[in-house]
Design a protein around this ligand. Structure first.
Ligand code: BES
Ligand code: MN
Ligand code: ZN
Length: 493
Protein backbone atom coordinates (compact mmCIF):
# COMPACT_ATOMS: atom_id res chain seq x y z
CA UNK A 1 0.00 0.00 0.00
CA UNK A 2 1.40 3.34 -1.06
CA UNK A 3 0.97 6.15 1.45
CA UNK A 4 1.02 9.81 0.46
CA UNK A 5 -0.31 13.22 1.40
CA UNK A 6 -2.90 14.92 -0.75
CA UNK A 7 -3.49 18.67 -0.76
CA UNK A 8 -7.03 18.12 -2.12
CA UNK A 9 -10.03 19.21 -0.07
CA UNK A 10 -12.81 16.66 0.51
CA UNK A 11 -14.93 18.77 -1.84
CA UNK A 12 -12.45 18.20 -4.67
CA UNK A 13 -10.67 14.90 -3.89
CA UNK A 14 -11.19 12.10 -6.33
CA UNK A 15 -10.31 8.45 -5.95
CA UNK A 16 -12.09 5.33 -4.88
CA UNK A 17 -13.29 5.66 -1.27
CA UNK A 18 -13.47 8.98 0.55
CA UNK A 19 -13.49 8.51 4.34
CA UNK A 20 -14.13 11.40 6.69
CA UNK A 21 -13.80 11.48 10.45
CA UNK A 22 -16.73 13.44 11.86
CA UNK A 23 -16.89 14.66 15.48
CA UNK A 24 -20.26 14.85 17.24
CA UNK A 25 -22.39 17.72 15.86
CA UNK A 26 -20.05 17.92 12.86
CA UNK A 27 -18.53 21.32 13.76
CA UNK A 28 -16.91 21.73 10.32
CA UNK A 29 -20.13 21.01 8.45
CA UNK A 30 -18.51 18.18 6.51
CA UNK A 31 -21.77 16.29 6.08
CA UNK A 32 -23.40 19.34 4.51
CA UNK A 33 -20.38 19.84 2.24
CA UNK A 34 -20.67 16.25 1.03
CA UNK A 35 -24.42 16.66 0.46
CA UNK A 36 -23.59 19.53 -1.78
CA UNK A 37 -20.77 17.86 -3.59
CA UNK A 38 -22.62 14.65 -4.35
CA UNK A 39 -26.13 16.17 -4.59
CA UNK A 40 -27.29 13.79 -1.90
CA UNK A 41 -30.01 14.07 0.65
CA UNK A 42 -27.51 12.78 3.15
CA UNK A 43 -29.36 14.05 6.18
CA UNK A 44 -32.51 12.12 5.21
CA UNK A 45 -30.42 9.08 4.52
CA UNK A 46 -28.56 9.39 7.78
CA UNK A 47 -31.83 9.52 9.71
CA UNK A 48 -32.34 5.90 8.66
CA UNK A 49 -28.84 4.97 9.79
CA UNK A 50 -27.57 5.36 13.31
CA UNK A 51 -24.86 7.97 12.77
CA UNK A 52 -24.40 10.73 15.27
CA UNK A 53 -20.62 11.06 15.19
CA UNK A 54 -20.22 8.88 18.30
CA UNK A 55 -17.02 6.83 18.41
CA UNK A 56 -17.69 3.53 16.67
CA UNK A 57 -20.39 4.97 14.35
CA UNK A 58 -19.50 4.20 10.77
CA UNK A 59 -21.66 4.42 7.64
CA UNK A 60 -20.68 3.68 4.11
CA UNK A 61 -22.64 5.07 1.15
CA UNK A 62 -22.11 3.69 -2.34
CA UNK A 63 -22.00 6.59 -4.79
CA UNK A 64 -21.44 4.82 -8.09
CA UNK A 65 -19.60 7.80 -9.52
CA UNK A 66 -16.38 7.89 -11.46
CA UNK A 67 -14.70 10.46 -9.18
CA UNK A 68 -15.60 8.61 -5.98
CA UNK A 69 -17.21 5.20 -5.59
CA UNK A 70 -18.11 5.41 -1.91
CA UNK A 71 -18.32 7.87 0.94
CA UNK A 72 -17.51 6.65 4.45
CA UNK A 73 -18.36 8.64 7.56
CA UNK A 74 -16.65 7.65 10.79
CA UNK A 75 -17.70 9.01 14.17
CA UNK A 76 -15.02 10.57 16.38
CA UNK A 77 -17.05 11.50 19.45
CA UNK A 78 -16.87 14.83 21.21
CA UNK A 79 -14.50 17.12 19.30
CA UNK A 80 -12.58 18.16 22.41
CA UNK A 81 -11.85 14.58 23.43
CA UNK A 82 -10.40 13.34 20.14
CA UNK A 83 -6.96 11.87 20.84
CA UNK A 84 -4.53 9.72 18.87
CA UNK A 85 -6.15 6.45 19.93
CA UNK A 86 -9.48 7.76 18.66
CA UNK A 87 -7.84 8.63 15.33
CA UNK A 88 -6.34 5.12 15.15
CA UNK A 89 -9.72 3.48 15.70
CA UNK A 90 -11.39 5.78 13.16
CA UNK A 91 -8.70 5.04 10.55
CA UNK A 92 -9.11 1.31 11.15
CA UNK A 93 -12.90 1.58 10.82
CA UNK A 94 -12.50 3.55 7.57
CA UNK A 95 -10.13 0.91 6.21
CA UNK A 96 -12.54 -1.91 7.06
CA UNK A 97 -15.37 0.00 5.38
CA UNK A 98 -13.20 0.36 2.27
CA UNK A 99 -12.39 -3.37 2.17
CA UNK A 100 -13.77 -4.95 -0.97
CA UNK A 101 -12.82 -1.92 -3.08
CA UNK A 102 -9.52 -1.44 -4.82
CA UNK A 103 -7.97 1.89 -5.75
CA UNK A 104 -7.26 4.86 -3.53
CA UNK A 105 -8.60 5.48 -0.05
CA UNK A 106 -8.70 9.17 0.87
CA UNK A 107 -8.75 9.75 4.64
CA UNK A 108 -9.47 13.04 6.38
CA UNK A 109 -9.09 13.22 10.16
CA UNK A 110 -8.67 16.19 12.50
CA UNK A 111 -4.88 15.96 12.89
CA UNK A 112 -3.64 17.67 16.01
CA UNK A 113 -1.70 20.83 15.21
CA UNK A 114 1.01 19.90 17.77
CA UNK A 115 1.78 16.39 16.54
CA UNK A 116 0.44 16.04 13.00
CA UNK A 117 3.32 13.75 12.06
CA UNK A 118 2.66 11.21 14.81
CA UNK A 119 -1.08 11.34 14.16
CA UNK A 120 -0.65 10.73 10.44
CA UNK A 121 1.75 7.85 11.04
CA UNK A 122 -0.62 6.30 13.61
CA UNK A 123 -3.54 6.53 11.19
CA UNK A 124 -1.55 5.08 8.30
CA UNK A 125 -0.39 2.21 10.51
CA UNK A 126 -3.97 1.60 11.60
CA UNK A 127 -5.15 1.43 7.99
CA UNK A 128 -2.53 -1.09 6.93
CA UNK A 129 -2.97 -3.24 10.05
CA UNK A 130 -6.77 -3.25 9.77
CA UNK A 131 -6.61 -4.41 6.13
CA UNK A 132 -4.45 -7.42 7.03
CA UNK A 133 -5.93 -10.80 6.15
CA UNK A 134 -4.46 -14.27 6.17
CA UNK A 135 -5.30 -16.63 3.32
CA UNK A 136 -2.15 -18.78 3.57
CA UNK A 137 -3.88 -21.92 4.70
CA UNK A 138 -6.89 -22.02 2.35
CA UNK A 139 -6.79 -24.27 -0.69
CA UNK A 140 -8.65 -21.59 -2.63
CA UNK A 141 -7.66 -18.20 -1.23
CA UNK A 142 -10.54 -15.75 -1.32
CA UNK A 143 -9.16 -12.62 -2.91
CA UNK A 144 -10.79 -9.60 -1.33
CA UNK A 145 -9.80 -6.39 -3.05
CA UNK A 146 -8.42 -3.69 -0.78
CA UNK A 147 -7.23 -0.15 -1.35
CA UNK A 148 -3.68 -0.15 -2.71
CA UNK A 149 -3.12 3.53 -1.99
CA UNK A 150 -3.78 5.70 1.02
CA UNK A 151 -3.97 9.47 0.66
CA UNK A 152 -4.04 11.49 3.86
CA UNK A 153 -6.03 14.70 3.44
CA UNK A 154 -6.15 17.84 5.54
CA UNK A 155 -3.55 20.22 6.82
CA UNK A 156 -0.43 18.12 7.19
CA UNK A 157 3.01 19.70 6.79
CA UNK A 158 4.56 19.03 3.40
CA UNK A 159 7.84 17.59 4.72
CA UNK A 160 5.93 14.99 6.66
CA UNK A 161 6.80 12.01 4.50
CA UNK A 162 9.81 11.53 6.81
CA UNK A 163 7.52 10.65 9.70
CA UNK A 164 5.71 8.14 7.53
CA UNK A 165 8.90 6.24 6.64
CA UNK A 166 8.63 3.99 9.67
CA UNK A 167 5.06 2.92 8.93
CA UNK A 168 5.85 0.09 6.53
CA UNK A 169 8.81 -1.43 8.42
CA UNK A 170 6.81 -1.40 11.65
CA UNK A 171 3.68 -2.88 10.03
CA UNK A 172 5.77 -5.55 8.29
CA UNK A 173 7.09 -6.47 11.75
CA UNK A 174 3.57 -6.67 13.20
CA UNK A 175 2.40 -8.76 10.25
CA UNK A 176 5.35 -11.14 10.61
CA UNK A 177 4.40 -11.61 14.27
CA UNK A 178 0.74 -12.21 13.34
CA UNK A 179 1.70 -14.77 10.70
CA UNK A 180 3.97 -16.66 13.08
CA UNK A 181 1.35 -16.74 15.85
CA UNK A 182 -1.57 -17.69 13.60
CA UNK A 183 0.28 -20.48 11.82
CA UNK A 184 -0.58 -23.93 13.18
CA UNK A 185 1.86 -25.88 15.34
CA UNK A 186 2.59 -28.36 12.55
CA UNK A 187 3.81 -25.43 10.46
CA UNK A 188 5.62 -23.15 12.91
CA UNK A 189 7.93 -25.58 14.71
CA UNK A 190 11.19 -24.70 16.50
CA UNK A 191 13.05 -25.54 13.27
CA UNK A 192 10.72 -23.25 11.31
CA UNK A 193 11.37 -20.41 13.78
CA UNK A 194 15.09 -21.00 13.25
CA UNK A 195 14.56 -20.84 9.47
CA UNK A 196 12.63 -17.58 9.88
CA UNK A 197 15.56 -16.19 11.87
CA UNK A 198 17.99 -17.26 9.18
CA UNK A 199 15.81 -15.64 6.52
CA UNK A 200 15.73 -12.37 8.51
CA UNK A 201 19.49 -12.54 8.98
CA UNK A 202 20.08 -12.91 5.23
CA UNK A 203 17.48 -10.41 4.05
CA UNK A 204 18.23 -7.70 6.57
CA UNK A 205 21.87 -8.13 7.47
CA UNK A 206 21.54 -9.48 11.02
CA UNK A 207 23.97 -11.84 12.76
CA UNK A 208 22.63 -15.26 13.65
CA UNK A 209 23.71 -17.99 16.05
CA UNK A 210 21.62 -21.14 16.51
CA UNK A 211 22.40 -23.43 19.42
CA UNK A 212 21.38 -27.02 18.76
CA UNK A 213 20.44 -29.47 21.52
CA UNK A 214 24.07 -30.53 22.05
CA UNK A 215 25.21 -26.89 22.30
CA UNK A 216 22.53 -26.25 24.91
CA UNK A 217 23.64 -29.38 26.79
CA UNK A 218 27.23 -28.12 26.81
CA UNK A 219 26.03 -24.85 28.29
CA UNK A 220 24.15 -26.69 31.00
CA UNK A 221 20.70 -25.46 29.95
CA UNK A 222 18.97 -28.24 31.86
CA UNK A 223 15.93 -26.12 32.61
CA UNK A 224 15.20 -25.31 28.95
CA UNK A 225 15.99 -28.83 27.74
CA UNK A 226 13.71 -30.49 30.30
CA UNK A 227 10.70 -28.90 28.58
CA UNK A 228 11.24 -30.67 25.25
CA UNK A 229 12.22 -34.10 26.59
CA UNK A 230 8.84 -35.47 25.50
CA UNK A 231 8.83 -33.91 22.03
CA UNK A 232 9.93 -35.48 18.75
CA UNK A 233 11.13 -32.07 17.56
CA UNK A 234 14.60 -30.74 18.31
CA UNK A 235 14.83 -27.55 20.36
CA UNK A 236 16.47 -24.48 18.84
CA UNK A 237 18.06 -21.67 20.83
CA UNK A 238 18.01 -18.68 18.48
CA UNK A 239 20.22 -15.60 18.88
CA UNK A 240 19.82 -12.78 16.35
CA UNK A 241 21.85 -9.57 16.59
CA UNK A 242 21.39 -6.13 15.09
CA UNK A 243 24.51 -3.98 15.06
CA UNK A 244 24.37 -0.32 13.97
CA UNK A 245 26.82 0.98 11.36
CA UNK A 246 28.83 2.91 13.94
CA UNK A 247 29.72 2.14 17.53
CA UNK A 248 26.79 1.43 19.84
CA UNK A 249 26.52 3.13 23.20
CA UNK A 250 23.74 0.80 24.40
CA UNK A 251 23.15 -2.92 24.27
CA UNK A 252 19.56 -4.14 24.63
CA UNK A 253 18.32 -7.73 24.80
CA UNK A 254 14.84 -8.90 23.82
CA UNK A 255 13.83 -12.36 25.01
CA UNK A 256 10.72 -14.12 23.68
CA UNK A 257 8.97 -17.27 24.90
CA UNK A 258 8.96 -19.67 21.97
CA UNK A 259 6.78 -22.67 22.84
CA UNK A 260 5.48 -23.69 19.40
CA UNK A 261 2.96 -25.87 21.23
CA UNK A 262 2.14 -26.23 24.91
CA UNK A 263 0.16 -29.36 25.72
CA UNK A 264 0.90 -28.83 29.41
CA UNK A 265 3.03 -31.97 29.52
CA UNK A 266 1.94 -34.56 32.14
CA UNK A 267 0.02 -31.72 33.80
CA UNK A 268 -1.99 -31.92 30.61
CA UNK A 269 -4.24 -29.03 29.68
CA UNK A 270 -7.76 -30.33 30.23
CA UNK A 271 -11.17 -28.73 30.59
CA UNK A 272 -11.29 -25.00 29.95
CA UNK A 273 -7.51 -24.74 29.44
CA UNK A 274 -7.85 -24.20 25.66
CA UNK A 275 -5.23 -26.71 24.59
CA UNK A 276 -6.25 -26.15 20.96
CA UNK A 277 -5.05 -22.53 21.14
CA UNK A 278 -1.61 -23.34 22.46
CA UNK A 279 0.03 -22.73 19.10
CA UNK A 280 0.04 -19.09 20.24
CA UNK A 281 2.45 -19.93 23.05
CA UNK A 282 5.28 -18.63 20.85
CA UNK A 283 3.68 -15.16 20.79
CA UNK A 284 6.57 -13.66 22.77
CA UNK A 285 9.05 -14.92 20.23
CA UNK A 286 6.83 -13.70 17.38
CA UNK A 287 6.83 -10.20 18.91
CA UNK A 288 10.62 -10.10 19.24
CA UNK A 289 11.05 -11.47 15.70
CA UNK A 290 8.70 -8.75 14.42
CA UNK A 291 10.57 -6.06 16.36
CA UNK A 292 13.92 -7.29 14.98
CA UNK A 293 12.55 -7.19 11.45
CA UNK A 294 11.43 -3.58 11.91
CA UNK A 295 14.68 -2.53 13.63
CA UNK A 296 16.77 -4.16 10.91
CA UNK A 297 14.97 -2.02 8.32
CA UNK A 298 14.96 1.18 10.36
CA UNK A 299 18.62 0.76 11.33
CA UNK A 300 18.71 3.10 14.36
CA UNK A 301 22.18 4.39 15.28
CA UNK A 302 23.89 3.94 18.62
CA UNK A 303 22.02 0.87 19.82
CA UNK A 304 22.86 -2.82 19.54
CA UNK A 305 19.90 -5.20 19.84
CA UNK A 306 20.03 -8.90 20.65
CA UNK A 307 17.07 -11.26 20.32
CA UNK A 308 17.00 -14.56 22.19
CA UNK A 309 14.43 -17.32 21.76
CA UNK A 310 14.71 -20.71 23.45
CA UNK A 311 12.22 -22.54 21.27
CA UNK A 312 10.71 -26.00 21.73
CA UNK A 313 7.44 -27.90 22.22
CA UNK A 314 5.94 -29.10 25.51
CA UNK A 315 4.74 -32.63 24.70
CA UNK A 316 4.30 -36.03 26.30
CA UNK A 317 5.99 -39.38 25.74
CA UNK A 318 7.95 -41.88 27.82
CA UNK A 319 10.91 -39.50 28.05
CA UNK A 320 8.90 -36.46 29.06
CA UNK A 321 9.56 -34.71 32.35
CA UNK A 322 7.71 -36.20 35.31
CA UNK A 323 5.96 -33.83 37.65
CA UNK A 324 8.44 -33.83 40.53
CA UNK A 325 11.65 -34.04 38.47
CA UNK A 326 14.52 -31.84 39.59
CA UNK A 327 16.60 -30.13 36.89
CA UNK A 328 19.57 -27.74 36.90
CA UNK A 329 19.58 -24.44 35.00
CA UNK A 330 22.70 -22.98 33.35
CA UNK A 331 23.45 -20.75 36.36
CA UNK A 332 23.48 -23.82 38.62
CA UNK A 333 20.06 -23.23 40.19
CA UNK A 334 18.18 -26.48 40.86
CA UNK A 335 14.45 -26.48 40.10
CA UNK A 336 11.79 -28.93 41.24
CA UNK A 337 9.23 -29.10 38.42
CA UNK A 338 6.05 -29.44 40.49
CA UNK A 339 3.96 -28.54 37.43
CA UNK A 340 5.03 -29.40 33.87
CA UNK A 341 2.57 -26.81 32.52
CA UNK A 342 4.63 -23.98 34.00
CA UNK A 343 7.15 -24.63 31.21
CA UNK A 344 7.58 -21.14 29.74
CA UNK A 345 9.54 -19.94 32.76
CA UNK A 346 11.81 -23.00 32.51
CA UNK A 347 12.78 -22.04 28.95
CA UNK A 348 13.11 -18.35 29.83
CA UNK A 349 15.34 -19.12 32.82
CA UNK A 350 18.21 -20.34 30.62
CA UNK A 351 17.57 -17.61 28.06
CA UNK A 352 17.83 -14.95 30.79
CA UNK A 353 21.09 -16.45 32.10
CA UNK A 354 22.45 -16.28 28.53
CA UNK A 355 21.14 -12.70 28.19
CA UNK A 356 23.02 -11.57 31.31
CA UNK A 357 26.27 -12.93 29.91
CA UNK A 358 25.94 -10.36 27.11
CA UNK A 359 26.35 -7.64 29.81
CA UNK A 360 23.43 -5.62 28.45
CA UNK A 361 22.09 -2.24 29.53
CA UNK A 362 18.58 -3.71 29.70
CA UNK A 363 16.67 -6.95 29.15
CA UNK A 364 12.98 -7.13 28.24
CA UNK A 365 11.21 -10.48 27.96
CA UNK A 366 7.79 -11.09 26.40
CA UNK A 367 5.89 -14.27 27.14
CA UNK A 368 2.44 -15.83 27.05
CA UNK A 369 3.31 -16.87 30.56
CA UNK A 370 0.21 -17.21 32.73
CA UNK A 371 -3.54 -17.68 32.51
CA UNK A 372 -3.61 -15.67 35.75
CA UNK A 373 -2.53 -12.56 33.82
CA UNK A 374 -5.51 -13.00 31.47
CA UNK A 375 -7.82 -13.19 34.50
CA UNK A 376 -6.25 -10.04 35.97
CA UNK A 377 -6.06 -7.81 32.89
CA UNK A 378 -8.19 -9.35 30.13
CA UNK A 379 -7.19 -9.49 26.49
CA UNK A 380 -6.46 -5.81 25.82
CA UNK A 381 -3.82 -5.16 28.47
CA UNK A 382 -0.52 -6.93 29.04
CA UNK A 383 1.14 -7.09 32.46
CA UNK A 384 4.52 -5.47 33.14
CA UNK A 385 6.81 -6.53 35.96
CA UNK A 386 10.10 -4.84 36.70
CA UNK A 387 12.17 -3.78 39.67
CA UNK A 388 13.50 -0.86 37.64
CA UNK A 389 11.31 2.26 37.70
CA UNK A 390 13.12 3.92 34.83
CA UNK A 391 12.84 0.91 32.49
CA UNK A 392 9.19 0.51 33.50
CA UNK A 393 8.30 4.06 32.61
CA UNK A 394 10.23 3.84 29.33
CA UNK A 395 8.13 0.80 28.39
CA UNK A 396 4.89 2.36 29.60
CA UNK A 397 5.59 5.42 27.44
CA UNK A 398 6.47 3.28 24.43
CA UNK A 399 3.26 1.27 24.81
CA UNK A 400 1.18 4.40 25.26
CA UNK A 401 2.61 5.89 22.07
CA UNK A 402 1.92 2.61 20.25
CA UNK A 403 -1.67 2.41 21.49
CA UNK A 404 -0.92 -0.97 23.09
CA UNK A 405 -2.34 -1.66 26.57
CA UNK A 406 0.30 -2.22 29.26
CA UNK A 407 -0.12 -2.08 33.03
CA UNK A 408 2.60 -2.30 35.66
CA UNK A 409 2.07 -5.04 38.22
CA UNK A 410 3.86 -5.59 41.53
CA UNK A 411 7.01 -7.68 41.74
CA UNK A 412 6.03 -8.45 45.32
CA UNK A 413 9.04 -10.23 46.81
CA UNK A 414 7.28 -11.75 49.88
CA UNK A 415 5.45 -14.05 47.42
CA UNK A 416 8.84 -15.55 46.59
CA UNK A 417 8.30 -17.97 49.50
CA UNK A 418 5.54 -19.60 47.45
CA UNK A 419 8.34 -21.02 45.27
CA UNK A 420 10.23 -22.69 48.15
CA UNK A 421 10.99 -26.35 47.56
CA UNK A 422 11.62 -28.97 50.20
CA UNK A 423 14.49 -30.43 48.18
CA UNK A 424 15.66 -28.12 45.40
CA UNK A 425 16.59 -24.40 45.31
CA UNK A 426 13.09 -23.60 44.15
CA UNK A 427 9.91 -25.01 42.60
CA UNK A 428 8.68 -23.79 39.23
CA UNK A 429 5.13 -23.15 40.44
CA UNK A 430 3.67 -21.30 43.41
CA UNK A 431 0.09 -21.16 44.69
CA UNK A 432 -2.74 -20.23 42.31
CA UNK A 433 -3.48 -16.78 43.81
CA UNK A 434 -1.03 -14.23 42.44
CA UNK A 435 0.15 -16.78 39.87
CA UNK A 436 1.48 -14.22 37.40
CA UNK A 437 3.46 -12.50 40.18
CA UNK A 438 5.21 -15.69 41.30
CA UNK A 439 5.93 -16.43 37.64
CA UNK A 440 7.70 -13.06 37.36
CA UNK A 441 9.53 -13.68 40.66
CA UNK A 442 10.69 -17.05 39.32
CA UNK A 443 12.20 -15.32 36.25
CA UNK A 444 13.87 -12.69 38.42
CA UNK A 445 16.02 -15.43 40.00
CA UNK A 446 17.84 -15.81 36.68
CA UNK A 447 18.68 -12.15 36.11
CA UNK A 448 21.90 -10.77 37.61
CA UNK A 449 21.27 -8.06 40.17
CA UNK A 450 22.14 -4.70 38.65
CA UNK A 451 20.93 -5.43 35.11
CA UNK A 452 17.66 -3.57 34.45
CA UNK A 453 15.08 -6.20 33.47
CA UNK A 454 11.38 -6.15 32.64
CA UNK A 455 8.95 -8.98 32.00
CA UNK A 456 5.80 -8.51 29.91
CA UNK A 457 3.09 -11.17 30.15
CA UNK A 458 1.14 -11.19 26.86
CA UNK A 459 -1.01 -14.27 27.53
CA UNK A 460 -4.17 -12.19 27.04
CA UNK A 461 -3.12 -9.76 24.32
CA UNK A 462 -1.51 -12.22 21.89
CA UNK A 463 -4.87 -13.24 20.43
CA UNK A 464 -8.22 -11.56 19.87
CA UNK A 465 -11.27 -13.76 19.35
CA UNK A 466 -13.54 -11.01 18.14
CA UNK A 467 -11.04 -8.56 16.70
CA UNK A 468 -10.60 -5.13 18.24
CA UNK A 469 -9.35 -1.71 17.22
CA UNK A 470 -6.65 -2.18 14.65
CA UNK A 471 -6.67 -5.94 14.97
CA UNK A 472 -8.79 -8.24 12.85
CA UNK A 473 -9.77 -11.35 14.83
CA UNK A 474 -6.91 -13.77 15.47
CA UNK A 475 -3.25 -13.06 16.13
CA UNK A 476 -2.68 -9.42 17.09
CA UNK A 477 1.07 -8.99 16.74
CA UNK A 478 0.97 -7.36 20.18
CA UNK A 479 4.26 -6.01 21.47
CA UNK A 480 6.07 -5.26 18.21
CA UNK A 481 5.16 -1.59 18.16
CA UNK A 482 5.90 -1.07 21.85
CA UNK A 483 9.33 -2.70 21.50
CA UNK A 484 10.21 -0.75 18.37
CA UNK A 485 9.20 2.54 20.02
CA UNK A 486 11.25 1.67 23.09
CA UNK A 487 14.36 0.76 21.08
CA UNK A 488 14.14 3.87 18.89
CA UNK A 489 13.73 6.04 22.00
CA UNK A 490 16.75 4.34 23.57
CA UNK A 491 18.77 4.99 20.44
CA UNK A 492 17.91 8.68 20.68
CA UNK A 493 18.77 9.15 24.36
N1 BES B 1 1.11 -20.96 28.02
C1 BES B 1 0.51 -21.04 29.30
C2 BES B 1 -0.14 -19.74 29.72
C3 BES B 1 -1.43 -19.37 29.04
C4 BES B 1 -2.63 -19.84 29.50
C5 BES B 1 -1.43 -18.49 27.99
C6 BES B 1 -3.81 -19.46 28.91
C7 BES B 1 -2.60 -18.10 27.40
C8 BES B 1 -3.80 -18.57 27.85
C9 BES B 1 1.56 -21.39 30.35
O1 BES B 1 2.58 -22.23 29.92
C10 BES B 1 0.84 -22.12 31.42
O2 BES B 1 0.36 -23.18 31.15
N2 BES B 1 0.77 -21.53 32.60
C11 BES B 1 0.09 -22.12 33.68
C12 BES B 1 0.94 -21.92 34.90
C13 BES B 1 0.46 -22.67 36.10
C14 BES B 1 0.65 -24.14 35.88
C15 BES B 1 1.23 -22.19 37.29
C16 BES B 1 -1.26 -21.42 33.83
O3 BES B 1 -1.32 -20.21 33.67
O4 BES B 1 -2.23 -22.12 34.06
MN1 MN C 1 2.03 -24.28 30.06
ZN1 ZN D 1 3.04 -22.14 27.93
Amino acid sequence: MKISLSPATPEAWSGSVLALGIPENDPQGLVAAMEQRFSLQLSDWLKQKPFSGKPGDCVSLPLLRSDCTALVLVGLGEASSVDRDRLRLAAAAAARAAQGQGGTLGLLLPWSSDTPEEDAAAAAEAVRLALYSDERFRSKPEPSPKPDQLELLGSLPGGLSHGLEAVHPVCAGVELARELVAAPPNSVTPAELARTASHLAHEHGLELTILERSDCEERGMGSFLSVCQGSDLDPKFIHLTYRPNDAASKRLVLVGKGLTFDSGGYNLKVGAAQIDMMKFDMGGSAAVFGAMRAIAELRPAGVEVHMLVASCENMINGSAVHPGDIVTASNGTTIEINNTDAEGRLTLADALVYACKLKPDAIVDLATLTGACVIALGDEIAGLWSGDDSLSSQLEMAAQAAGEGLWRMPLHSPYRKGLKSLLADMKNTGPRPGGSITAALFLKEFVDAGIPWAHIDIAGTVWSDKGRGLDPSGATGYGVRTLVNWIINQANT
